[in-house]
Design a protein around this ligand. Structure first.
Ligand SMILES: NC(=O)c1ccc[n+]([C@@H]2O[C@H](COP(=O)([O-])OP(=O)(O)OC[C@H]3O[C@@H](n4cnc5c(N)ncnc54)[C@H](OP(=O)(O)O)[C@@H]3O)[C@@H](O)[C@H]2O)c1
Length: 220
């Protein structure tokens, strides 16, 4: 039987490309996204190349959708070999100018979402004594970056979460953990981050912080 992989956030960017790459390398891919209306490009690629990819709805902020997707995969294949926690969202704003609701949202999508999917998949990998969980963090999960405190904190949290699990779960139950820590990649990421954070004048850093941000953009 082919190895299978559950990937989150496959509508665009890294998740979309990873879906195609795994499928072309003989994986059965469960490509999940929170809004299947965005699946047209992936559906066209599947049809064009006859790839073994199944689309499922999954919102990393909604545990019910995660459990449903995991159960669907287990009913079909009886196992999940790989989980690629890719879904994430950028956010650039100062702490003072962010609302607590925005910070909760950034933390939820980038960190708690990884916790939810891992919690749903791990029992099955443990019982199978086999599995591999790959978490996409960021260079911002290794080094704090200006105007990015909420996002960096969430990605640092994923780093700690992953490292801690790996210290005892891997040896005991043969479930491996990896992290991918990208620098800048040309995807919809920045556009989405700006549209989420900018005010109606297109600014996302204002007041006394604005000249500091400007200098940062200029590399000064
Ligand atoms: N691009 C970069 O420069 C960069 C650098 C370092 C790390 N990363 C990380 O790489 C990963 C992929 O980012 P990308 O560059 O491919 O960005 P992207 O093109 O914006 O893709 C992000 C994906 O996450 C999905 N997503 C957002 N919220 C979700 C939710 N609640 N549930 C499920 N899916 C959700 C998006 O779906 P929708 O289309 O529905 O919004 C989209 O499919 C992220 O974890 C990001 O933090 C990116």
């Amino acid at each position: 039987m082919k190895k299978n992989i559950l990937i989150t956030g496959t509508s665009t960017g890294v998740g979309y490309e990873a879906t195609l790459l795994f499928a072309k390398n003989d994986f059965k891919v469960y490509a999940t996204m929170r809004n299947l209306d965005k699946s047209t490009p992936l559906k066209e690629a599947i049809a064009a190349e006859n790839l073994d990819i199944e689309l499922l709805p999954l919102d990393v902020s909604d545990n019910e959708t995660i459990l449903k997707a995991v159960n669907t995969i287990l009913e079909k294949d009886g196992k999940i070999d790989f989980l690629l926690n890719n879904a994430g969202a950028g956010f650039a704003k100062t702490l003072e100018q962010s609302t607590l609701e925005e910070i909760d949202w950034v933390t939820d999508v980038n960190y708690t979402g990884v916790v939810r999917t891992t919690k749903a998949v791990l029992p099955h990998m443990r019982e199978a004594r086999s599995g591999h969980i790959i978490n996409v963090t960021s260079v911002g999960g290794l080094i704090g970056q200006p105007f990015n405190e909420a996002y960096c904190a969430a990605k640092f949290a994923v780093e700690g979460f992953t490292e801690a699990l790996a210290t005892y779960v891997s040896k005991a139950f043969n479930v491996k953990f990896s992290m991918v820590e990208p620098g800048g990649i040309s995807t919809e990421f920045m556009t989405n981050a700006v549209s989420k954070t900018a005010n109606d004048k297109g600014e996302f850093v204002t007041g006394e912080y604005a000249p500091i941000f400007q200098k940062y953009l200029e590399g000064a």
